[in-house]
Design a binder for this molecule. Structure first.
Ligand code: BDP
Length: 698
């Protein structure tokens, strides 16, 4: 009897087990019977008269979603034909939306009408309706309408031909190049569905450190096959370009962008690409950066290189996204200024097809960065935002860090480019300078792991990025709440708890890794765990002592006029916020100032005491996260629960590494005790170094 009971419990657990594959598109049966009845009454049929593949995709998605949510099939009707009680998907040029991809959802004559100017708008409206149902909201007074704020909303995959992913922590690449184009993995479609549900409409398939192979006919055929899967979901493919491809593949003597031979090669290549992929999105280029070749190898500029590709794309819809992530090994320079110094002189000199893609901060996806000064300095050049979803500097797929607050922090920063209110978001969406092209990119955190992102909670970063690329005004908390309800649980207390957990997670990570504006002190090369002591590397700006500059007086990088003067790259109003250590907000303090250990801060503590307090409270907050997660156990799937609980336990252990490593290391300079009542680390610096060294072994 007992055994039988055990078996029953085991079986029911197994049946419930959720491997996370379905992401936020779960469509499980709605438990609330009244709500279900309300929805069923309003969704008796689906009518999608428009026969375009994208609208038909929308109808199929709606049908599959409703089947799951209502637990019964919903028929497709050829048209409404005067019937009521159904959902109509209509393409109507007169729909009142701000742009072509926007949608409107209304109730008309007892039907729910999803309408848009274009098939893509209908698709996005359909997913918005599904989200409304998935999150259990009432249909009374249903009236939703939204239009995307930027035109190109893309993921950037740093995927290599051999299946590895640069900075990927969720398995190998989703793209099986050796099987393409003949075999289409069913997962390609699920990938497209997930993106379309967020409004993502572009994907760069390969690493910015690009292989020339992608420009061969052989590989372009593979790319075309993927494009065919993504097209009905409104997603275009883009490719990263290896700049000297004309030389490598075309066997030309060089790849000088001003050489007519090079130009002809690209013109022909682009023509070939469009023959295979008529809606090809365009090129992403990393050039003359971190050893990648580029136009400067031929004595030409970034503008020369970008404009050559822009010109080649002129007959087509595609664009060039030229990355501004560049920095030179200059021992006297400040890496902070590199992108600005290289790109600012070319403002207004780029071909109209070119967008310059800028990372959110001036250095490199650190846990917190001030916004890149370029966002305030390029009125005549469309700028795209590049965020990183894969947690290269945020604890890989082990640490729980919800990035929406990080994205929002940058987007909401005021550049003062055209007076107050010129936020980074409004620069990017074109409203400040009237950019004709607008774009946002997120470096993907997806991989072949069954749950896509390694850490289940990492799915929330993909989700949040997509939602913000669509509408940067959405609050982080709303996004977190939506995601939790669609992905983990609908139980109100658990929703609240997990949402709070997500919302605090990034600040917690900052506290136990890089409080008060410390940056770039992570493990060398691997970018994991602490390594503030690194003082030897092939380049000065790869040494961590270069960034924190700890000495017997204090710590931090003086970027004011008495130091590198990087602050001068910002508008005077921005400089004013940051230029005095006494008034600089604490999160940015050590980004801009070398502050004495004994300096009293606005918190009433000295810098040293504040630093220790943050390291300790951050590490303790992870224990708090574990407790919070334990409290939601009954409300979430057991497989997901265990997986997240396990990762939180690792996170707690590693938060203590960070804490001990950093306070003991900096203590060598401050020569001050760990302030009471904080306990002294139980290990020595040598011991914790030895431990983290094992993980960073080179
Ligand atoms: C750095 C990564 C490196 C990328 C580079 C880039 O460590 O792997 O290639 O960014 O964005 O953060 O090009």
């Amino acid at each position: 009897m007992k055994n039988l009971l055990f078996l029953f419990v085991l079986l029911s657990t197994l049946c419930r087990a959720d491997d996370g594959y379905r992401l936020w598109l779960k469509y499980d049966l709605i438990k609330d019977a009244a709500r279900r009845a309300e929805y069923a009454g309003a969704a008796q049929f689906i009518a999608a008269a428009d026969k375009s593949p994208v609208v038909q995709t929308a109808a199929q998605e709606l049908q599959a979603g409703l089947q799951g949510l209502l637990g019964k099939p919903v028929a497709m009707a050829p048209g409404a034909g005067g019937k009521t009680g159904g959902i109509l998907l209509t393409v109507d040029a007169n729909t009142n939306t701000a742009n072509a991809e926007g949608y409107q959802i209304t109730r008309r004559q007892n039907n729910i009408v999803v309408s848009a100017k274009t098939p893509a708008g209908v698709l996005y409206g359909t997913f918005a309706l599904l989200r409304h149902l998935q999150t259990g909201q009432s249909l009374a007074n249903l009236a939703l309408s939204s239009s995307p704020k930027v035109k190109i909303r893309m993921l950037n995959h740093w995927d290599n031909v051999n299946g590895s992913i640069e900075r990927g922590y969720a398995g190998s690449s989703l793209w099986k190049w050796y099987e393409l184009p003949e075999r289409l993995d069913p997962r390609y479609r699920d990938y497209a569905r997930a993106n379309a549900s967020l409004g993502i409409n572009g994907t760069v398939l390969n690493n910015v450190n690009a292989s020339p192979r992608f420009m061969t006919t052989e590989y372009l055929r593979k790319v075309a096959a993927l494009a065919g899967v993504f097209r009905p979901y409104g997603i275009k493919v883009y490719l990263s370009v290896y700049f000297p491809a004309p030389k490598t593949i075309g066997r030309l003597p060089g790849a000088d962008p001003l050489d007519p031979q090079t130009q002809q090669w690209w013109n022909a290549k682009v023509k070939e690409i469009y023959g295979l992929i008529p809606d090809f999105g365009g090129f992403l280029v990393k050039a003359n950066s971190e050893g990648e070749p580029g136009p400067q190898d031929y004595g030409r500029s970034h503008a020369d290189g970008a404009n050559m590709l822009g010109k080649a794309l002129e007959p087509y819809e595609g664009v060039v996204l030229w990355r501004a992530f560049v920095y030179k090994a200059d021992p006297k320079g400040d890496r902070f200024k590199a992108a600005y110094e290289e790109f600012k002189p070319f403002d207004g000199k780029f071909h109209p097809k070119v967008i310059v893609q800028v990372k959110n901060g001036p250095i490199d996806f650190q846990v917190r960065e001030p916004f890149s000064p370029l966002f305030g300095a390029m009125p005549q050049t469309p700028l795209a935002m590049e965020f990183q979803l894969t947690q290269e500097y945020l604890g890989f797929a082990t640490h729980l860090v919800f990035e929406a607050p990080l994205f929002k922090e940058t987007l909401d920063s005021d550049t003062y480019a055209k007076g107050k209110g010129s936020t980074v978001a409004k620069v990017i969406d074109g409203s400040v300078h009237g950019y004709p092209l607008t774009a946002m990119a997120g470096v993907a955190n997806t991989g072949s792991d069954r749950n896509w992102t390694g850490h289940t909670m990492g799915q929330a970063n993909w989700y949040a990025y997509g939602r913000l690329a669509w509408d940067h005004t959405l609050p982080s908390e709303q996004i977190a709440g939506e995601w939790v309800r669609m992905t983990l649980t609908q139980e109100p207390n658990a929703v609240k708890r997990i949402t709070n957990l997500l919302m605090r997670s990034r600040e917690t990570y900052v506290d136990y890794t890089n409080p008060l504006g410390l940056h770039h002190i992570m493990g060398y090369g691997i970018h994991y765990g602490p390594e503030p002591w690194l003082d030897r590397a092939p380049r000065p700006d790869w040494r961590h002592t270069y960034y924190h500059r700890a000495d017997s007086i204090g710590v931090g990088f003086d970027r004011t006029a008495s130091g590198s003067n990087a602050l001068a790259l910002y508008a005077p109003e921005v400089q004013k916020q940051w230029n005095k250590p006494e008034t600089c907000p604490l999160p940015y303090l050590l980004w801009f100032h070398h502050v004495p250990w004994t300096q009293k801060l606005s918190t009433g503590r000295t810098l040293w005491d504040e630093l220790c307090t943050r390291y300790y409270s951050g590490a303790e907050a992870v224990a708090g996260m574990q407790k919070e997660w334990d409290a939601v156990r009954p409300a979430v799937d057991p497989e997901i629960f265990d997986d997240v609980a396990g990762r939180l336990a690792v996170q707690r252990k590693e938060a203590l590494w960070w804490r001990d490593a950093c306070v003991l290391y900096f203590q060598q300079f401050s020569k001050q005790p760990i302030p009471a009542p904080l306990p002294k680390p139980e290990r020595t610096l040598a011991e914790v170094k030895e431990l983290v060294d094992i993980y960073q072994m080179r």
